[in-house]
Design a protein around this ligand. Structure first.
Ligand code: GTP
Ligand code: MG
Length: 211
């Protein structure tokens, strides 16, 4: 167990087909906002969040990747070293579920060994679900994945995704956030999204814990 105010850091990454709602999940979780007109991510963005887990806090370095196929070759750069991986699909889009399974295979074979993977069924606020809930739950169970359903639009279940993953990350896998030579520093803390027909929304980290 960590003593006092010690904080350890974990890199986590969001993967999934374009438009499943990865950026929306991060935006909902970190800023409690949502936009129907959020623009598709280019490359990747990241943000740091401190998670108060009761006995100890951890610092998440959250990487939100671009789901468009043309960025696929860049993605290993972002999931390299990630101890936690959030793989999202859109419950109204079966192709996105199949793509999520491809991501699971890729992380299992090329990602951090034993990385904790969360399978996230997003957009549960919508009707006409194409992906069978039970089938996805069974798939998650048989592949040792955490499974959550949520809606970035309403916020339902979103905190559970990030807290569920955070609690599943063994403390010993983390790195002290003040350790020399960390890959990223607080000064790089930034998560920006573009919303069509409005000014760029650029959110800097607020002090203290998240949510
Ligand atoms: N109804 C509904 N719409 C959502 C939800 N989450 C995201 N969206 C919408 O889905 C679209 C795509 O959301 P993004 O967050 O940009 O998706 P993304 O996975 O980050 O996409 P890329 O950056 O291209 O990989 C946007 O129009 C969002 O408003 C949700 O939970 N419910
Ligand atoms: Mg995005």
């Amino acid at each position: 167990m960590l003593q006092g105010s010690s904080t350890i850091q974990f890199k986590i990454v969001l993967l999934g087909e374009s438009a499943v709602g990865k950026s929306s999940l991060v935006w909902r979780f970190c800023q409690d906002q949502f936009s129907e007109t959020i623009e598709s991510t280019v490359g990747a963005t990241f943000i740091h969040r401190v998670m108060d887990l009761g006995e100890y806090s951890i610092k998440l370095q959250i990487w939100d990747t671009a789901g468009q196929e043309r960025y696929h070759s860049l993605t290993p750069m972002y999931y390299r070293g990630a101890k936690g991986v959030i793989i999202t699909y859109d419950v109204t889009n079966n192709d996105s579920y199949e793509k999520a399974k491809d991501w699971v295979n890729e992380i299992r074979t090329q990602g951090t060994p034993n990385a904790k993977i969360v399978l996230v069924a997003n957009k549960i606020d919508l009707e006409d679900h194409q992906v069978d809930q039970m089938e996805a739950m069974k798939y998650a169970e048989s592949n040792d994945l955490l499974f959550f359903e949520c809606s970035a639009k309403t916020g339902e279940g979103v905190k559970d995704v990030f807290f569920g993953l955070s609690k599943a990350l063994p403390v010993k896998w983390g790195e002290m956030s003040n350790r020399k030579g960390m890959e990223f520093s607080d000064s790089e803390d930034e998560f920006s999204v573009n919303v069509k027909n409005s000014k760029k929304v650029n959110k800097k980290k607020e002090s203290g814990g998240c949510c």
